[in-house]
Structure formats: C-alpha cells, structure tokens
Ligand binder design. Structure first.
Ligand code: G4P
Length: 543
C-alpha cells in the first residue's frame, strides 16, 4: 500500500471513529420529539432556538388524518437521520458527528421502527418520570435486546411531579432485565428539579430555567459544601441515595453496557433542557462508534475497506410536489463519494450515486461524502429494496433486515374495478417498500390480496397511498386472523383442507398459514407434530 493510500485508509477509519449513530425509543408522549429538538439545540443545528422540529399543536388527531398531521410535523415522514457535529464542552470544536436516526413518531407500531433500529449502533430510551416503563417502551426494548443494542436510559420530565427515582430504576431492572447504572442522580424530587449529581466524579451541576426552554439552560457547578448550604434537604436526600447506589455497586460498566446487559441512566427534563448536555455527552462518550459489520458468511468487513452499505428504509415522499422514492443507505465501510458508481448486490447492476442526498427534516441537501455510521439518501431509487446491499470493489452481502411477525390482516379490494391496473401496481410497490406485507392465494391471483402488518397504522398508510399516489381507492375488510406461521409445500397441502386456517403466499415465495388464535396452532402442533409451523419473529439474521 502506498503512503497516500494508507493515509486515506487512516482518514476513513478516523472519520468513522467520530460517528455516533443511534435512535431514540420511547412510548408516545414520553418526550422523544422534544428531546430530539433539544439535541439539535445543543448540537448547534438549530440556530440557538428550539421549536423548529415540531409544528406545535394539533398533532394528536384521529388516525384517519395521520398523514396530514405527520406531514405538518414533517420530521417523521421525510427524515431518516439528523446529523450534526458535536463537541463535549460548550463552544469547543466538534470532536464527534452525531447521527440521530428518526424512528417514526406515531403512536402505532410499524415495521419501519424495526428497520431503523437495524441501522443504529445504540438506542436512547426515554421514559416519562411519572410513568416509567410503558407498553411501547417494552416492545421497542425487545427489539433492541434482539439486536443486542447498547441502551442509554433518560428519565425525562423531572420538572414535574413524578415517581421516586429509586423506584424507577428498580422498574427498569425488573421489567427489562437490564441492570441500571445511574450516571446522574437528581437533586430535588420530581417537580422540584434543581440539578444532578454526576456519580462518576461527584460534581453537582445546578441548572436554571430559561424562557420556554428555548435556549440552553445555564449550568453552575457547586462543591458539596455549597450544595449543602444552598440546597439543604433535597441535597441531603440525593446524597443519601447516591451513597446507597455506591453501596450496591450500581456503577457504570462499559463491558456490560456494550453487551446490552446494563444501562447507564440519566435524569433530566427535555422541556427545560436540564440534563440534556449530560445526556449528549454520555452518548458521545459511551455509544460505540460503527463496528465492522458482518456479512452473510459471518465475515466482518473492515471499516476502512471499500464503500459498502445496506438499505434500511425506502420512503416514498408524501410531498406531492416531488413524488419520488428515497432509499436510505446506512454506510458500513469505506468512504462514500457522491457520483461513485457502486454495485447493487441483489441484481449485480451498477448503481449511480449522483443523486445522493442528506435529508434533514424536510430539507434535502446533496451529500458529497459519507463514512461508516452515516446515512445517505438516494432519490429515484426505484430498483432497490429494504435490505439490499450496495458496495464498491470487493463484493459483500449483508444479512437482510428481520421482518417481524404480522398480527393484523386485512383483505384489500379496489373500489372502482376500472382502476384495477393502478391497484395492482400500487400493491406491488407497497409490498416492495415494505409498507405492508402482501399475501396472495396463488390460484385466485391479485384480485383481493391480504395485507399483513405489525401495527394497524400501516394500513392507513397503504389506503392513503393507494388512493393518492396510485389513484386506486380501496376498501380494507377485516379478517379474523391474528397470527401467521411459516409452512412448507407439504404443510400447505395439508393445511389447505383444514378449518380455521388459510394458507397464503408472499412475493418471495414464503408460504404463511394464518390462524385465528394461538389455541389452533397449539392443537395442530400436538396433533400433527410433523407439520412445519415455524414462528415468524425476527426472520432475518441480526446484522
Ligand atoms: P413524543 O415525541 O415522545 O410523543 O413526545 P413529545 O416530545 O411530543 O412530548 C409530549 C408532551 O410532553 C408535550 O406536551 C411536551 O411538551 C411534553 N414534554 C416533553 N418533555 C417534557 C419535559 O421534560 N417536561 C415536561 N413537563 N413536559 C415535557 P404537550 O402539551 O402534549 O404538547 P406541546 O403543546 O407542548 O407540544
């Protein structure tokens, strides 16, 4: 290798090492949007004023107007990643590049969320300090656990009355089975939040409010004597609790954090910006930089190897002005340069990257270079699908992104039969993008496919798009199916004659048997142990 080449390799590896790529997971209303906004404020990506991410008010409507609402909010629909440079101390030169992957913000659960987590190196779990672990937090946490994603926990909304901090960390341990290791501890009960003790060095940071939390919260570091004289009882209570944590050894443990067995916990209030900088600092300190990704054969491609990446999300733009598809690629190795022609793994065809963009909120900017951990969007990428690998030089194929077991099934019918062609085209497109899974009865054809989803909101997206994008209004009729199992040809033959089961086929040829209840499956498993009935959870191999 020439001197020039080895310098280029080192530069590529160095750039990757600065990246921190993560997603925020939370139950709706815990404060994910607010926190995202505050990250941007502290990252200097919002011109010193928060408030730009979220169009205020009126976003919690009925599911039917979800599209309009999400469109107003912008960020959930069109953005895939928010990228900003970050330096640890205020005003310092940026040492890191933060890539905050956006998980869809709606209340419902969709496959998109899973896919985004497949592109992240870690997750920040936001809990509402008054509520603790909520149902969706649990579901999302399960996905993180399957992917062995390191998890940082942020207990939010400490500015208003909530639960006891010890009780909350107990709940993290008992419900999630990960060991909480508080990095910061609140001084002042929930509702009377004054500041945090940093357990790593014992410093006390006191925060002050700013008007509407629109600017960074001023911070003051106090020594213990001054803290005691000025804060009094809340300080004593906090130091007693910290002593208790010290005693049980609930200390940061990098190894178990990286193995997703322990989670550093920080307290704060996204609304008032208290503790936001500490959280961002913890993210850059603790979240691992991109690691060499393993391919299908288990071989890890070095970070400074030639460019490679995989598509984790395909998004049809809801903006009628430019109705196109963007494929989002997570870079796994090498240096991406706009204009390079890479290979599309599935087809072996050249793939032009002239139209590479970075999508930030609703803004698009062309992106000229990117490194491992970054996300690049390519417009008009009609030929790529979620899970596809792109690479330069040495071929590589990354594992597909797990698709999850659908729990909701509807039969789709076009309302105006003269629009059948558009309907068929739309359904095929939604299937390719993974908006819903499309199941068919091969002998019946395309008249009335069954749409399967992880969360029912996926159906609303499908209906809206079939009507508005493809000009084919549809009705989706309910079914009584609630679960699917994979079967084989022999199994399909036997199952087809049975009551209480329907066998359908996916575009990739997988045969799925749909059932009304777990009870039927269990009975069949007992009566006919030879029958293939595999559960569908996490089909792909984790990447
Ligand atoms: P989400 O994306 O997780 O769904 O939550 P989001 O940030 O939208 O926050 C949900 C509500 O909780 C919002 O109030 C938001 O202002 C509030 N919130 C977020 N973080 C904090 C916090 O640290 N402290 C307090 N007290 N509230 C917080 P809203 O009234 O529903 O909406 P808005 O009118 O303020 O936008």
């Amino acid at each position: 290798m020439s001197l020039h080449e080895s310098a280029a390799h080192a530069a590529t590896a160095g750039e990757a090492a600065r990246r921190r790529t993560f997603a925020i997971i939370s139950h709706p209303d815990a404060g994910k949007t607010t926190l995202t906004e505050k990250f941007l404020l502290y990252g200097g990506a919002l011109a010193k004023e928060a408030g730009a991410v979220k169009a205020r008010g009126g976003r919690r409507g009925a599911t039917s107007d979800w599209m309009e609402l999400e469109q107003q909010r912008g960020i959930s629909i069109t953005s895939a990643v928010l990228q900003f440079p970050y330096g640890r101390s205020p005003g310092a030169e940026a040492t890191h590049v933060v890539n905050l992957l956006d998980t869809p913000g709606h209340r419902d659960f969709s496959e998109d969320t899973y896919r985004v987590l497949a592109a992240a190196d870690a997750a920040v779990m936001v809990l509402d300090g008054a509520k603790g672990i909520e149902p969706q937090t649990l579901k999302l946490f399960d996905v993180c656990r399957q992917r062995e994603l390191p998890l940082v926990t942020f207990i939010n909304k400490w500015d208003r009355p909530g639960r006891e901090p010890l009780e909350l960390i107990d709940e993290v341990e008992s419900l999630l089975g990960v060991r909480p290791t508080p990095l910061t501890w609140p001084v002042g009960v929930a509702g009377d939040f004054r500041g945090v003790i940093d357990r790593r060095d014992g410093t006390y940071t006191r925060f002050s409010r700013t008007s509407h939390g629109a600017t960074m919260a001023p911070e003051e570091i106090l020594d213990p004597d001054r803290a005691l004289s000025e804060e009094g009882v809340p300080w004593e209570a906090a130091t007693e609790e910290v002593a208790l944590l010290d005693e049980i050894g609930a200390d940061l443990d990098l190894k178990s954090f990286l193995a997703a067995e322990s989670t550093p916990v920080l307290f704060g209030s996204a609304l008032t910006n208290f503790g936001v900088r500490k959280l961002l600092d913890a993210v850059v300190d603790l979240v691992p930089p991109p690691a060499p990704r393993r391919d299908l054969g288990g071989h890890a491609r070095a970070i400074d190897a030639p460019f490679s990446g995989f598509v984790f999300k395909v998004q049809a733009n809801m903006d009628r002005a430019h109705r196109d598809r963007i494929a989002f690629v997570r870079v796994c190795s090498g240096r991406f340069e706009r204009g390079m022609v890479v290979t599309h793994g599935r087809t072996g065809k050249p793939f032009n990257t002239k139209y590479a963009h970075q999508v930030f909120g609703q803004e698009r900017e062309t992106v000229d270079e990117a490194y491992a951990g970054d996300v690049v969007g390519r417009v008009n990428a009609n030929e790529v699908r979620v899970g596809d690998t792109l690479y330069l030089d040495d071929p590589v194929e990354y594992p597909t992104i797990p698709s999850f077991a659908p729990e909701h099934f509807r039969v789709a019918r076009v309302l105006d039969t003269s629009k059948f062609k558009q309907f068929r085209k739309g359904i095929a497109q939604l299937d390719e993008e993974g908006v819903v899974q499309v199941l068919r009865q091969p002998e019946v054809g395309d008249q009335a496919p069954t749409l399967a989803a992880v969360g029912p909101m996926q159906f609303d997206v499908a209906i809206w798009r079939l009507e508005n994008e493809f000009g084919a209004p549809v009705e989706l009729n309910p079914t009584s199916w609630t679960l699917a199992r994979r079967t084989d040809t022999a199994g399909a033959g036997k199952l087809r004659g049975m009551r209480g089961v329907q066998v359908l086929e996916r575009a990739d040829g997988t045969m799925l048997a749909l059932f009304e209840s777990q009870y039927w499956v269990q009975r069949l498993e007992q009566d006919q142990p030879d029958l293939v009935l595999e559960p569908l959870v996490a089909e792909g191999r984790p990447g």
